[in-house]
Design a protein around this ligand. Structure first.
Ligand SMILES: Cc1cc2nc3c(=O)[nH]c(=O)nc-3n(C[C@H](O)[C@H](O)[C@H](O)COP(=O)(O)O)c2cc1C
Length: 301
């Protein structure tokens, strides 16, 4: 692999722009048994909350015609469980290590970020798509006024590069992205899953106990691409683009609309080696088209 795939994102240098998306790659351990995951640009770990979470009851995943629905409910070992059982493997990986942080109150987010910031990780990805109990069930990620408060506090709580992961269900994705930039975020990740549902016609009931679940995979790609395009044209901080990327061509589309790096989620469940395939595909395309650096094609649309 040549170093022409190197990408600068805020103060960090990724060896290539291909990152595995939160919740679809665990902490990397299982995939390490399949291939050399240090070939990847980075990993965003499974979303961590301050305290351990069991996740949702009932069905958690459901396949759709062009993607999947999930209702995992942020099952995770909690920040301390992560530090005790997962960190020693994760922190020693030679790639950019991103910890994805979820929460239901600002206080929980901040405590989790403060604890994680003392560890050997490279970046915090603040997932503001979780239900916010204190705000009457509204998600932090829906309204930019509410989002500003958590981003401002998160910014104060860490010196690590801070990226905010936006919900595509936001009232206004551009306002949301501008709020991230104004409150001091170093970058933006988008998109998370789209609110969706499925029905079991035999039992005449919802597939998921919570009625709604999150849609990801190829079905969302064109919408995700549009959102990344809109955001990249309205902020000057770098963006991790994602949503339905299943091959190098999809990845290049996101880069051409302005994404600095891309993340791959659902496609890992179809082909666990997808990260490597995408890196190779981008590199071959650059050779064929005589592209010296991704800067030549980033944001050309
Ligand atoms: C099973 C599953 C679990 C996920 N868990 C998280 C999570 O913990 N934190 C988060 O920010 N995003 C989570 N996501 C969202 C993905 O990181 C990604 O934003 C989304 O799936 C869109 O990309 P894709 O179409 O490539 O999967 C999860 C997605 C799936 C499918």
């Amino acid at each position: 692999m040549s170093n022409k795939l190197e990408v600068k994102f805020s103060s960090l240098k990724f060896k290539n722009p291909v990152i595995m998306a939160s919740g679809t790659f665990g902490f990397g351990k299982e995939y390490q048994e399949i291939y050399d995951i240090e070939k990847l640009g980075g990993i965003s770990c499974k979303g961590l909350t301050l305290h351990k979470k069991e996740g949702n009851k009932g069905n958690r995943i459901h396949e759709t015609a062009a993607g999947m629905l999930n209702s995992v409910g942020l099952e995770n070992p909690g920040v301390e469980g992560f530090i005790q059982n997962e960190l020693s493997f994760f922190e020693n990986l030679d790639l950019i290590k991103i910890t994805n942080v979820g929460g239901s109150t600002i206080e929980d987010y901040i405590k989790a970020i403060e604890i994680l910031s003392k560890e050997k990780i490279d970046m915090i990805e603040l997932n503001i798509s979780c239900p916010n109990v204190k705000e009457g069930g509204m998600a932090f990620g829906i309204n930019d006024g509410i989002a500003r408060r958590v981003i401002k506090e998160a910014r104060k709580a860490t010196k690590l590069p801070l990226v905010v992961k936006l919900s595509p269900n936001a009232e206004d994705i551009i306002k949301m992205a501008v709020a991230c930039e104004e409150e001091g975020a170093d970058g933006i990740s988008l998109v998370n899953t789209f609110k969706a549902m499925a029905i079991d016609i035999k039992s005449r009931s919802n597939i998921f106990q919570n009625t709604y679940a999150g849609l990801s995979g190829p079905a969302i790609k064109p919408i995700a691409l549009r959102m990344v395009h809109e955001v990249c044209h309205n902020v000057s901080i770098p963006v991790f683009g994602m949503g339905g990327i299943t091959n190098y061509k999809d990845a290049l589309e996101f880069i051409m609309v302005g994404a600095t790096c891309i993340q791959v989620g659902t496609a890992n469940f179809i082909n666990p080696r997808i990260g490597l395939d995408i890196i190779d595909g981008i590199e071959n395309f650059m050779l064929e088209e005589n592209i010296k650096s991704l800067d030549e094609i980033r944001g050309i649309i």
